[in-house]
Design a protein around this ligand. Structure first.
Ligand code: HEC
Length: 138
């Protein structure tokens, strides 16, 4: 089978060790993948910070929107799309267990949403910080 985009994304997320499970993962698997990728990208990688992730999530980054503009200041609750006003299911895994269980979906939305908020893709450090914060929410 030629390399599928899903497999490529799973590889990018550092999930190469579990090809059969590339589509259904636990948030902790994604976290480990980001950790490995961050360590490979920077020898000075010193772990992820939920505080930094929460700050990034709730603060506009020079553009009109922050992540919270659509997902809410407390993403354990339902969000509301800043443009279309459509409801968005909670982003925190404690409130919505289907979140961060599909690597391809996660990467797709990180790419799109970081583009809208930061004008670029998020770094693996930023993705890990945000996921650490989301996982800390009860
Ligand atoms: C303009 C509105 C908007 C903004 C701003 C936004 N998002 Fe989203 N986000 C969405 C929508 C719409 C979806 C897809 C619908 C859904 O999954 O409920 C989504 C889905 C996601 C997902 C998919 C998670 C999963 O497992 O299903 C992640 C991760 C995510 N967003 C992270 C972020 C981050 C990080 C930021 C800030 C950098 C951000 N979003 C900013 C609208 C937004």
């Amino acid at each position: 089978m030629p390399a599928s985009p899903f497999r490529a994304l799973a590889l990018a997320a550092g999930l190469a060790s579990s090809p059969a499970a590339a589509l259904a993962v636990a948030p902790s698997d994604l976290m480990r993948g980001y950790e490995n990728a961050a360590r490979a990208a920077s020898p000075s990688f010193a772990g992820f910070s939920a505080d930094r992730g929460g700050h990034l999530f709730r603060t506009p980054q020079g553009r009109e929107w922050s992540c919270a503009s659509c997902h809410g200041e407390a993403p354990t609750g339902t969000g509301r799309h800043a443009k279309t006003a459509k409801a968005i299911k909670p982003l925190a895994p404690s409130a919505n267990p289907s979140r961060f269980t599909d690597a391809a979906q996660v990467e797709k939305w990180f790419r799109r949403n970081c583009g809208d908020v930061l004008g670029r893709e998020c770094t693996v450090q930023e993705k890990g910080d945000i996921l650490a914060w989301l996982l800390s929410l009860r």
